[in-house]
Design a protein around this ligand. Sequence first.
Ligand code: ADP
Ligand code: MG
Length: 822
Amino acid sequence: MSRSISFSSSRAPHSARALSHLIRASRSFFRRSIADPVESDLSQYEALLVKIRACRCSQLTDGDLRERAAALRARPAPEREVEAFALVREAARRSLDVEPFDGQLIAGLALARGRMVELPTGEGKTLAAVFPTCLHALDGRGVHVLTFNDYLARRDAAWMGAVFERLGISVGCAREGLSSVEKRAAYACDVTYATAKEAGFDFLRDRLAWRVEDLVHRPFHCALVDEADSILIDEARIPLVIAELEGQAEEKTRDLADLAKALVRGQDFDTDAEHRNVFLLEPGIERVESALGRDLYAADGQALLQAVHSALHAEALLSRDVDYVVRDGRVEIVDEWTGRVVEKRHWPDGLQAAVEAKEGIARRSRGRILGSITLQHFFRLYPILAGMTATAHSAADELSEFYGLETVIVPPHVPSRRVDEPDAVFVDRQAKRQALVRGIADVHATGRPVLVGTSSVRESEELASDLAASGVVCVVLNAKNDEREAAVVAEAGLPGAVTISTNMAGRGTDIRLGGADERERARVVALGGLLVLGTCRHESLRIDRQLRGRAGRQGDPGSTRFFVSLDDEIFEHYSLTQELRGHGASVSGQDEVSSRVLQREIEHLQRVIEGQNFDIRRRLTQYSALAELQRRITQERRDALLAMDPSKADEEGPGALPALDPELHARGRECLGVVRLAALERRVTLFHLDRSWADHLAWLQDTRESIHLVRLGGMAPLDEFRKQATAEFLDLQRRIEQDVVAEMSALIDKGSAADADLAHLKGPSSTWTYLINDEAFTLGVSFGQTKNIGTAAATALYWGPLMILTLLADRWKRRRRRVSAR
Ligand code: ADP
Ligand code: MG
């Protein structure tokens, strides 16, 4: 039985995967036919547009504009909308010397209603966002405009600042690396530009504050997210983490790494078709057990089993220089989307340690995690949330399900003249590369600018050196500096420019044909505008559309084409190369393959992969939802404590701690006085709350990393996780009370709260923040569809790895029975 997924729509679906895809597709069709997440009727916005145009503001002085805007602050948002938009329109005319397009106003109106707006690249989303931003900023409770990177936050704050200032609306930028005083000032502005990550890290830092005046954020009000598909979907599942800077004991992962190296694929272990999961086979289990001298499936062996899995995962599924690089004695993760090394990102602890052990690197101290939140949950903290991007349509279902965001598609103000040519398909990578180099050289000779999107830095560099050998000079974007990249991408429309970049580099930067010079522009237009070439199709159609969108800005001419080969990674990854070869039988000259059939196959494959990724994200959300609920409960309690003012403590009222024994409380009041006792209670409780919460996070993470193993015991991991995490959380509440009461008793018994006794009751001395690359959390997640091993066994006939699981499950059950019989 082939391990590949059934990708051809012309054949009967024959694997569990294809079947589940079918069910999913029909479910999503059903859902769509009831409630379409895409709003296509723009008439309600057009009616408002007429009203906005009717507001004449051109006669007003600058002072009048400010006064009018100030007067609007007293009115509720829906009532002031038309006038606010008219004022922004006038302020934009004066400050930026542009006449906002109707499409920008429509996008602004949709954003004001908390929609996800699709507006093509180059149509001016930056300005469109200023309309709803001003509207909501007039509430005086702060609007956050969340950008794709730090450079764009600074650029947009400065660029749009003039419009806001003309209306008396203050603007700040919460850049990375600002002091907390500067951050607080930035968030105190009516409008704050920042990256989503930085706003999230600031949120986590605030959760550790011991004084209200140390908080940098105000309560959240409204967020507008730019490049929203990338941030709300691709990055949304990444947990942001704040941790204590402190050493941690070296773990014994080195031996396991050596053991994993010695295991043989196909004999001792195997991976599933998508290379997402790795499984030990029976002979492998025996080898590991005899090497460790321990029973891997003993009742108390979950941690060891997880460590073995991590070692195997690091060895079999992660490759140096592809998934990560080793630099300055550190393992640094390479981002799957940008192909670039991402700073401040780690795998979950167990896997990170395993990779470091595999590379023989000393374990970096990581410190205790003190707080964590996924971007997805972070966004949900904003009562008003809206987003904009050039490619929302294909993610509309997901945006609706995860964020309740309805998508509105706004057409460009001049119809697009871009031509998307059918893919050029080649038998292998070498043929593709040759054709690509030849094609670029030919177009370059005419002076037409070319932008090439690659999937990795390595590919960019190889292509550049091949081009150099053919006498074509090009610019390669692989700088880590977003600002420098933006400057280079801005020049990509100059005559004769050949620019090579990974797919996300320079996102958010406008590419003008001919640069700033109008004569040059005419020349480039005559040549056909910008030519965008992709060196492969991506796993998501959305990413392909992002790249194509670089050409044909604001009605410019332009064309796009993807170069594809049958041995591209995307096909090899899904074991499709051979089958595609069968389809593309008609090899024409130059190794180019007739692509009609293939085109359909590729798009079908993309839909299947997108569906799978959607499922994985859905599953991750199910896991993180419970942790988030617990975080909120804990935070509410902490916020109340933080806000408590001991100097206002009431002689009669109960203290912060209802659990404190009344007698003890009375004694405390007597020897410390009401105010000092209240201050002490507050301090002791804050300390134990934070400490216990950090313990709980560690517990959640460990359990989360290993819970998929319970499937081997025939249980449903998610149900089991919920059960265990709920019990643990309830227990945590009891422990906090106990710890606080014990500490308070000791202090009161001493009869004084001397400073020396309180020295340990403080927050962490220093912290650092990073992102967890939770790829590894998909371990076992893709098996989530089948609730129990019994059903899984039915499909195992069709699906190799499941058979292995069943085998393991039986063994696990057998042993558990043995253990419990003892
Ligand atoms: P997007 O984010 O949608 O890709 P940007 O906000 O970067 O687009 O704007 C693209 C370009 O369009 C910028 O150079 C900007 O100055 C220009 N622009 C925006 N709005 C207008 C307008 N109403 N009239 C003319 N040019 C505009
Ligand atoms: Mg933009």
